[in-house]
Design a binder for this molecule. Structure first.
Ligand SMILES: Cc1cc2nc3c(=O)[nH]c(=O)nc-3n(C[C@H](O)[C@H](O)[C@H](O)COP(=O)(O)OP(=O)(O)OC[C@H]3O[C@@H](n4cnc5c(N)ncnc54)[C@H](O)[C@@H]3O)c2cc1C
Length: 412
């Protein structure tokens, strides 16, 4: 959606196909990172954006056993917004779609599920999509696969996927939130259990981490045991866990970490999770997908306007974004394997690791994870023009003279 908006804003004709009828997918993350907020600022939309219901989080803690450790302090970031915004992703997508619709070259077709690629010679020339009114064909100079970690586009394009493995899955459910509940913490870690709780105002969106494939085991132990596990991590939920009456509202979210070896082929490019599925660790996947979109728009807007996109243009996008992807995924895999796996496999009380204790003593250390989570590696900046609001034409100051004016005494 962001890439569609940026390209349409630069005057490129864009069609966005979305398979669902709305963006109300419960599993989406909620985080709008300072670097994404910076992009919104650069687009001149920050005031409108912040006028929408959202929460702002400036500091984060982690709860390890009984101890609360302040881990992240975003207030020193070199960005206009020194906080992490929390806004349900459907509201964020509605906002971006609304902005994009102001541009005459933007078209969004909902309930259009891409089912096939149109191939012409060696190149991808468009897609076929199923809609309530039957199949449609959309022909395009470039197909952008932004269809997430189970991308059909990358599968049909036969792009090679390298899996980095993920030892965890997530159970996703809601519990009512009360005004006097403790404030948001990054994660709660007790022996054998991890839970992240996102404040969605009226309710807590809970992400309960389990070992990969352990759902059947959790179910075998029964709902009563599951509710007791939740209370042992977040005791203040004791009066509300009875809201979980059966397994139906508890959704299993399979965690994947993978990336494409090559993100493109003639006429097609994948970005976001379609190019590199991100783990929920650090909640940085949305941010990375948006940074991909900004980089892709910066590199591709002009070639698309000229209706000529070469392989080297597509390669440039991968070169630009592959390094941040690799570094971020490396960090996520380390946290999954070294922290999440060991917490889930122990039943013994553990002490807070020494290096995390340092975060309590030296607040300056909290700026390091703030930088990694809030801005990430190689932040992108909007360089594409806005056809509706072009910058005023450059005018030289009245008294400026050109270099050649110096020679005006000569007879020519
Ligand atoms: C449990 C979990 C929690 C997470 N929490 C966070 C978080 O808090 N913060 C964060 O930054 N990241 C989080 N992530 C990662 C984040 O969700 C992804 O990295 C991010 O959403 C990727 O964005 P995307 O636009 O590439 O793909 P997606 O957000 O998956 O969007 C893909 C879109 O394509 C559409 N689509 C799919 N197939 C088709 C088709 N055939 N035709 C047409 N449309 C199609 C989908 O409906 C969807 O709208 C989490 C991941 C998991 C698994």
């Amino acid at each position: 959606m962001m890439l569609g908006f940026l390209l349409a804003r630069a005057g490129v004709e864009v069609v966005v196909l979305e398979k669902h009828g709305d963006f109300l997918r419960d599993f989406r993350g909620d985080t709008i990172h300072p670097s994404t907020l910076e992009v919104i600022y650069e687009l001149g939309l920050i005031e409108d954006f912040l006028a929408r219901p959202h929460q702002e989080i400036r500091e984060f803690s982690g709860q390890i056993g009984e101890e609360t450790i302040p881990l992240v302090d975003l207030t020193h970031l070199p960005t206009h917004c020194k906080f992490l915004g929390f806004m349900p992703q459907w509201d964020f997508l509605d906002f971006v779609a609304e902005q994009a619709k102001a541009y005459p070259t933007f078209r969004l077709i909902m309930q259009a599920e891409v089912t096939d690629l149109i191939v012409k010679g060696n190149s991808i020339a468009g897609v076929k999509a199923q809609t309530p009114d039957g199949e449609i064909e959309v022909r395009a100079t470039l197909v952008l696969g932004c269809d997430g970690r189970k991308s059909i586009v990358r599968e049909l394009a036969d792009l090679h996927v390298e899996s980095l493995g993920a030892p965890i899955d997530v159970l996703w459910f809601r519990v009512t939130r009360k005004p006097d509940d403790p404030s948001q913490v990054l994660g709660r870690f007790v022996p054998g259990k991890i839970m992240v709780m996102l404040n969605r105002d009226q309710y807590w969106q809970c992400a309960y981490v389990i070992r990969k494939g352990a759902l059947e085991e959790v179910k075998r132990r029964g709902l009563e045991a599951f509710r007791a596990d939740i209370v042992s991590i977040a005791p203040f939920l004791k009066d509300r866990v009875s809201e979980i009456q059966d397994w139906e509202p508890i959704k299993l979210l399979t965690v994947l970490v993978d990336r494409l070896r090559k993100w493109y082929r003639p006429g097609l490019l994948c970005i976001g999770d379609a190019a590199h599925a991100m783990s929920p660790v650090g909640g940085v996947g949305i941010n990375l997908a948006i940074q991909d979109a900004v980089a892709a728009a910066n590199i591709l807007a002009r070639p698309l306007l000229e209706n000529y996109v070469s392989l080297s243009h597509l390669q440039k996008v991968q070169w630009r974004r592959e390094f941040p992807t690799r570094v971020t995924q490396w960090g996520q895999v380390q946290v999954q394997e070294r922290i999440f796996s060991s917490v889930l496999s122990t039943q013994q009380n553990f002490r807070t690791p020494w290096f995390l204790r340092l975060f309590k003593k030296f607040p300056v250390l909290r700026r390091i994870p703030a930088r990694l989570i809030g801005i990430g590696v190689r932040p992108e900046h909007v360089k594409t023009p806005d056809v509706l609001n072009p910058p005023p034409p450059y005018r030289a100051p009245q008294d400026a003279s050109s270099f050649w004016d110096l020679f005006s005494f000569l007879p020519w």
